[in-house]
Design a protein around this ligand. Structure first.
Ligand code: ADP
Ligand code: MG
Length: 291
């Protein structure tokens, strides 16, 4: 594009809080054919809230106390939601020792002499802990689009905590607008398949890549690029930075982490998913002016 077209394009974006970092990014944005969207904090508000505490053989608050004891040591957004919920019920205050964070899986610690494992199905599997009758309740929660956090105490499954994270108001409209531009939309998440599919369905997204470990997100982007298509990645988290770098166009949600914002080619200051199609449209407009 000509320098003038680029100035007009970046200026137009800036007015809407779409910060395009360089001319190259503007040109690439015109050629995007696939938009990969991170689920948590990008398509959803990233404000998870505990909705259910289902237990097996222990009362709810007793289990919450153990789980919150572990999660207080973790920085994961799901952990924060659980701690907040426990505090609201006065089920907090347990102290953890031997804390171990398991990225993409959950966390483990010793609380009041009990070994407490908190996380996803894969974590319990790795620990050799069968879910038993809690499997059905986990599936029921996932079918409603909630994230099921599993808890085990001393080697036995002890409960399931349901956590909801509402989609952002404009997520469905953003997906529709991208489809109108002929762009395929893919959801990428570390969350479980059933939960992700439920939310994707609600938003009109047809492709879901779920249960992706933090270190594997970039490889998933590379996989999509192998088809020869230009791929944009939209994300907010520390986990997303390698994928933002791998993508042809990295787009960071402005409310996200510094690492994501630094790595990205485009930053959406308003944290509005609708600004993704806006960014691509500005790119297309800029290229057209060049001819
Ligand atoms: P996301 O893509 O949602 O950021 P992560 O890779 O951080 O996913 O985590 C993947 C999954 O691992 C989560 O959906 C959750 O089920 C589980 N998990 C990770 N950390 C924790 C934790 N501290 N407490 C409970 N569950 C966790
Ligand atoms: Mg995220």
């Amino acid at each position: 594009a000509t320098p003038t077209a680029i100035m007009v394009g970046t200026g137009l974006g800036a007015k809407r809080g779409v910060l395009v970092k360089n001319a190259m990014a503007l040109e690439t944005s015109a050629r995007i054919e696939v938009a990969v969207m991170d689920k948590t904090g990008t398509l959803t508000k990233g404000e998870p809230e505990v909705t259910d505490v289902l237990t097996e053989g222990r009362d709810e608050d007793a289990l919450l106390r153990l789980v919150a004891g572990v999660e207080r040591e973790s920085e994961h957004p799901l952990a924060e939601a659980i701690v907040r919920h426990a505090e609201s019920r006065g089920a907090n205050g347990a102290r953890a020792s031997r804390f171990e964070n398991v990225p993409g899986h959950g966390a483990i610690a010793e609380i009041d002499g009990h070994r407490v494992v908190v996380g996803n199905r894969r974590l319990l599997e790795r620990q050799g802990i069968p879910l038993g009758s809690l499997a059905t309740r986990r599936d029921e929660l996932a079918a409603t689009g909630r994230t099921a956090v599993l808890a085990a105490v001393d080697g036995f499954a002890a409960g399931v905590i349901g956590i909801a994270d509402a989609p952002r108001d404009s997520s469905a409209a953003a997906v529709a607008a991208l489809h109108e531009l002929g762009v395929e939309v893919v959801m990428l998440t570390g969350d479980n398949q059933a939960t992700a599919e439920r939310i994707a369905h609600r938003l009109g997204i047809d492709t879901v890549i779920a249960e992706v470990l933090p270190g594997d997100k970039a490889a998933k982007i590379a996989g999509l690029q192998r088809s020869g298509r230009k791929v944009a990645m939209v994300g907010d988290g520390v986990n997303d930075a390698p994928a933002l770098a791998q993508a042809d166009l990295g787009i960071a949600i402005g409310a996200g982490t510094d690492v994501a914002i630094e790595t990205a080619d485009v930053v959406l200051m308003r944290s509005d998913p609708l600004d993704v199609p806006t960014a691509l449209r500005i790119g297309r407009g800029t290229l057209r002016k060049m001819r």
